[in-house]
Design a protein around this ligand. Structure first.
Ligand SMILES: Nc1ncnc2c1ncn2[C@@H]1O[C@H](COP(=O)(O)OP(=O)(O)OP(=O)(O)O)[C@@H](O)[C@H]1O
Ligand SMILES: [Mg+2]
Length: 232
């Protein structure tokens, strides 16, 4: 196996007008292709900060991030955006769907950002929605007509539509009941295995943690331990 994500001594300092806060204090890690990884730690420990950096939504203050052998820290803004649009899919706690767009239109959005021609987008969106049982039935519905679990399934379809190598998920089950949350974890896990997608997610959810190949424990902006599991 080869590392798809490599973090080397990553630091992040948030600066406001008066104070500086070091949210990541030298974090180094390596994630293999196809791994299902949980980022676990107390509130404020730096999970979202690290996911935003790995997902190329934010820059580290210091340190290096290597994705697929490319030193991302050295890329210009356009190249970073291009890499983010083509290689990375996102799933958030609050689904982040666009309220006035249908399921199908929400799923198509990343294709537009990645420059996929209009005529190919619908076909691709339908293809990915059909991977998720029952979701094609909801293709014309708006987010407010869907349950939380259904909205998160749409968000997962949206995250997958570009055939990303990496999915970043920030507490994807936090707003869901246990049974629905479990279904979402199983879906993410199944898709990650079938499509060899690397999934890195922040979670507090013990059911979710059980499904992971590796657990990275983070506290006060530092990695305090890494556990490897068989991942069931
Ligand atoms: N934009 C920002 N400006 C200033 N400080 C920030 C900013 N974003 C996060 N922080 C601080 O950085 C630290 C880490 O925040 P982060 O959101 O990464 O934590 P987290 O582990 O995701 O927490 P939670 O489990 O509550 O989501 C916190 O102390 C937070 O207050
Ligand atoms: Mg967070």
């Amino acid at each position: 196996m080869s590392a798809i994500i490599n973090g080397i001594d990553i630091r992040k300092v948030y600066k406001t007008r008066k104070v500086e806060y070091e949210a990541l204090r030298g974090v180094s890690f390596s994630i293999e292709k196809g791994e299902f990884v949980a980022l676990v730690g107390p509130s404020g420990s730096g999970k979202t900060t690290l996911l935003d950096i790995i997902g190329l939504l934010d820059n580290p203050t210091d340190g290096r991030l290597i994705i697929d052998g490319k030193d991302v820290s050295k890329l210009g803004e356009n190249e970073r955006a291009d890499m983010r649009n083509k290689k990375i899919g996102f799933v958030f706690q609050s689904y982040n769907l666009i309220s006035y767009l249908s399921t199908l239109e929400n799923v198509e959005l990343p294709l537009a950002a990645a420059g996929v021609p209009f005529w190919k987008r619908r076909e691709k969106a339908i293809q990915v929605l059909s991977l998720i049982p029952g979701m094609l039935d909801f293709k014309d519905k708006r987010p407010n007509e869907l349950s939380g679990g259904q909205q998160q399934r749409v968000a997962i379809a949206r995250a997958l539509v570009n055939d990303p190598d990496i999915i970043i998920a920030d507490e994807p089950t936090a707003n869901l009941d246990t049974v629905t949350g479990m279904a979402i974890v199983n879906l993410l896990k199944q898709l990650s295995v079938e499509r060899n997608v690397t999934v890195v997610m922040a979670t507090h959810d013990p059911d979710m943690i059980k499904k992971c190949d590796r657990i990275i424990h983070i506290r006060d902006g530092k990695i305090e331990g890494v556990e490897t599991r068989s991942g069931q």
